[in-house]
Design a protein around this ligand. Sequence first.
Ligand code: GLU
Length: 316
Amino acid sequence: MTMTKSDRVCGRFAPSPSGRLHLGNLMSSLLAWLDVRSQDGVMLFRLEDLDPERSWEHYADQMADDLRWLGLDWDVGWEPGSQDYRQGTRGDFYAEKLKQLQDMGLVYECFCSRSERLAASAPHPGEQRDAGCGCRDLTEAQKSEKRSMGRRASLKLHVPERTFIWTDGHYGKQVDTLSPGGDDFIIRRSDGVFAYQLAVSADDMDMGVNRVVRARDLLGSTARQMLLIELFGGEVPAYCHAPLLVAPEGRKLSKRDGDLSTEGLRERYTPQQLTGKLAKLAGLRETDAPVHAWELVSDFSWDKVPTEPIVIDDNI
Ligand code: GLU
């Protein structure tokens, strides 16, 4: 799967098929696509269906269809019916990457249930780091005892003390310090499902992705992904985060705020009308007049995009 290294920009769509795309996903997808197309880069589609309990084929097909409906295309990657470029089929590759970390002595068994359930999903809500657990210091006897009680361990990465300093393509200078213990994180769940952080880092590296554009709620995962890519011996991509869409008063968008799923949006708007609205919200155009995504490419610039959350009301 390893793509040849090239100087060309390579960005990606990386949706998880756990539901229908909503307006926020469309905004980050549009910005990721404009970022790549305005640099004459390669766009890749990777299906992030790691968690079998939260991935549905029909949503995956629908996501591909929704992006194309909006006028967003890709050059390589997953297509409906294909087994390539989908995380659900890449377990052997993730196991190799895990082995690499184990050989460095950085992986330990954790018997706690905390953070387990969501470890395969990108940690969008509230980005919590736990206070650390004592599992790293368990003796062999203690581990056997837990196993004999039927507890299955997840695997955690023991992070070194390390301060990452980098420049986000939209949010500028970032500083994030990872500390051993509290910032250790799950890389494989106790049910054997690999965690989002491991899979996304390994895949970005393996697929030659050198620009990661995604919504701002994943900014807090960036240092952990940079760490993993460094440990794997890869080149860290440039990261660029897009502002979140929020309801008035900064509330998270919810069903109360009108039907902002692509299902409802496709009923109400043509692709050009919706792109016009997204372009205005993103600061790319002064009016929301209908426009094709390709017409936004030539004068796309992150300087026009706000850094503050973009407030959406019912009138979209
Ligand atoms: N699959 C993740 C999501 O749908 C995005 C991961 C990423 O862009 O790093 O939330």
